[in-house]
Design a protein around this ligand. Sequence first.
Ligand code: AMP
Length: 280
Amino acid sequence: MKILRTPEEMLRFAARSSRRRGATGFVPTMGALHEGHLSLIRTSRGACATTVVSLYVNPLQFGPGEDFDTYPRDLEGDLALLKKERVSVVFLPDDAAMYPPGFSTRVVVGGSLTAGLCAPHRPGHFEGVATVVARLLGLVRPDRLYLGLKDYQQFRVLQRMVEDLALPVEVVGCPVVREPDGLAFSSRNRRLSQKGREAAPVLYRALKVGKALADLGETDPARVLAEVRRVVTEEKAVRLQYLEAVDGETLAPVEKVGKGTVLALAAYLENVRLIDNIMV
Ligand code: AMP
């Protein structure tokens, strides 16, 4: 397993692997790796000759007052896991490698994809995500980009960016990986107390109730969302930030819930912000 840290090293490796046969898969992460990340890595390893994983907590995607400083970091644990997964390359840039002096570009994905859900609650977040991933794609030059559907809006935004900028990479969305009790794996779960951890599965439980209602034929988003909200409020420690029923392609709010509708939410629990979603 190679550990590369500078843009020059990464570009050199990318140039060499483009001359080799076989595809390169890329899994960008912010570290504190868990089963969700590992499933992306395994999917890439199954389909690509070379798998590159990046570990970088991107300051550009955190707003003032957000959890950049307390975001879980575990470089040693991450490297041990990546070695076990037998990834080819770990890209480990620092801030100077990602944003060298003079760096002045921002990638903005507009329209309905960034009108709702997390976007109004995290101004600048998707700009930060799109900008860092655009630069990472330039450095890693992969054939396939593996993203988790747990961050559903992020997946759609990056898919749009790749299409709009005609970037030569295939975007692959991978299913949400969950704990046995339904809680979606997230690096931020590490910050929950035992009590918080026990309360957190209510989010997916509630989303499943909403989906079940829709599967039974309920099409009124207000009714579906009211039911989800009712289940979430069973846990007093959980505070919903948003709950929306959106079109899975455009992310615009739906007037009728049906096939392809995504129920998505963000909630605070013990100061930890968790997101989750389910597709009808
Ligand atoms: P992060 O380190 O949180 O930026 O996540 C890196 C990648 O892993 C993103 O594409 C996420 O969508 C994906 N990911 C995170 N958690 C999960 C999960 N529970 N299931 C599937 N993918 C995930």
